[in-house]
Design a binder for this molecule. Structure first.
Ligand SMILES: NC(=O)c1ccc[n+]([C@@H]2O[C@H](COP(=O)([O-])OP(=O)(O)OC[C@H]3O[C@@H](n4cnc5c(N)ncnc54)[C@H](O)[C@@H]3O)[C@@H](O)[C@H]2O)c1
Length: 318
């Protein structure tokens, strides 16, 4: 596909799960894509198929340090996203969110580039409002074990809006809800990857608590469509905007679906709930529908089949 207007685009965190899918779409559209990643959770393997493309460039860089490149648009995705990874080095997680945002906003300011922040549904914490609209301010514990991520992302949103108000930057803030798909890390403790890997290996499926807590799961292709639409939206639309799939499933329902699709004989094993684990999470996507004409299309079962096919190749390698 040939792009109508070719742009120079920086993707931070481009070697990660979402970043690699975003790079695929941008390269395919003909843009000049640079990704900056310190490979904390990302893998060069995710981009191996792009390395010989003339419009793709890999850069090892940690966003907690300033970066000088010439680009027209910046997608700021750098940050470990799973609790296992972001709690491994919580100070670095907050630094990545906060210093990373400052450095990327500084770059955007110098270049007058449009910048998108990959924020998260975690800014709503353990919500008292269900489903969560963007106008809800959230209920977040500032000193818990998830706070390095939740508060880091909240502070990054603050910085984006202050740069917008103070320096008139064109910002786009996207609150991403649970997303799944090929290239998720097999061992990152996120529920979809956990269940699939356990089912494929014939190990017990670990369910925290009674399994009645719910999540909504968005397939990665839908999510990236939303991200691209947000970046291309009118200059006066800043967000924050929820992008996720409002279909809600309990952990027990998800486990049973994974067992069915993998033909696994794994058994369910219940473990205690981790601290500050939200009981339910579901996006209100009215704003995305109205402003971006966006809604997810991939059904959970269809998305899980593609994800399971991917994990079959990865799990056998371990
Ligand atoms: N996947 C989801 O369900 C989800 C949900 C909400 C928000 N998000 C956000 O989307 C973004 C991408 O998430 P993901 O699922 O692809 O996670 P991921 O862990 O797969 O990718 C994150 C990438 O950022 C890189 N990174 C981490 N710290 C860095 C640093 N200091 N400098 C440079 N690179 C660094 C990692 O190496 C990795 O490649 C994150 O900002 C995350 O908070 C994701």
């Amino acid at each position: 596909m040939k792009a109508l207007s070719r742009k120079r685009v920086l993707v931070t965190g481009g070697a990660g799960f979402l970043g690699s899918h975003l790079c695929d779409r941008l390269v395919e559209a003909g843009h000049d894509v640079i990704y900056a990643d310190n490979f904390f959770t990302g893998s060069k393997q995710n981009e191996a198929h792009l390395l010989d493309k003339p419009n793709f460039e890999l850069m090892r860089h940690d966003v907690t340090f300033p970066l000088y490149v010439e680009v027209d648009e910046i997608y700021n995705l750098a940050c470990p996203a799973s609790p296992v990874h972001y709690q491994h080095d919580p100070v670095q997680t907050t630094k990545t969110s906060v210093h990373g945002a400052i450095n990327m906003l500084g770059l955007a300011k110098r270049l007058r580039a449009r910048i998108l922040q990959a924020s998260t549904s975690e800014v709503y914490g353990d919500p008292e409002v269900h489903p969560q609209p963007e106008s809800y301010w959230g209920k977040v514990n500032p000193i818990g074990i998830r706070s390095c991520y939740d508060e880091g992302k909240r502070c990054a949103e603050t910085l984006f809006f202050d740069y917008h108000r103070q320096h008139h930057l064109e910002i786009k803030v996207m609150r991403i809800f649970n997303t799944y798909g090929p290239r998720m890390h097999p061992n990152d403790g996120r529920v979809v990857s956990n269940f699939i890997v356990q089912a494929l290996r014939g190990e017990d499926i670990t369910i925290y608590g009674d399994g009645g807590q719910t999540r909504s799961f968005c397939f990665v292709d839908d999510l990236i469509n939303g991200m691209l639409k947000l970046m291309a939206s009118d200059a006066d639309f800043t967000g924050p905007v929820n992008i996720g799939n409002p279909g809600e499933s309990s952990m027990l329902e998800l486990a049973e679906l994974v067992l069915k699709l993998t033909n696994s004989r794994s058994k369910l094993k219940h473990l205690p709930l981790p601290q500050d684990d939200p009981k339910q999470r579901r996006p209100d996507i009215t704003l995305a529908k109205n402003k971006l004409d966006w809604a997810p299309h991939v059904a959970l079962e269809a998305g899980l089949r593609k994800t399971i096919d991917y994990f079959k190749t990865v799990v056998t390698q371990h």
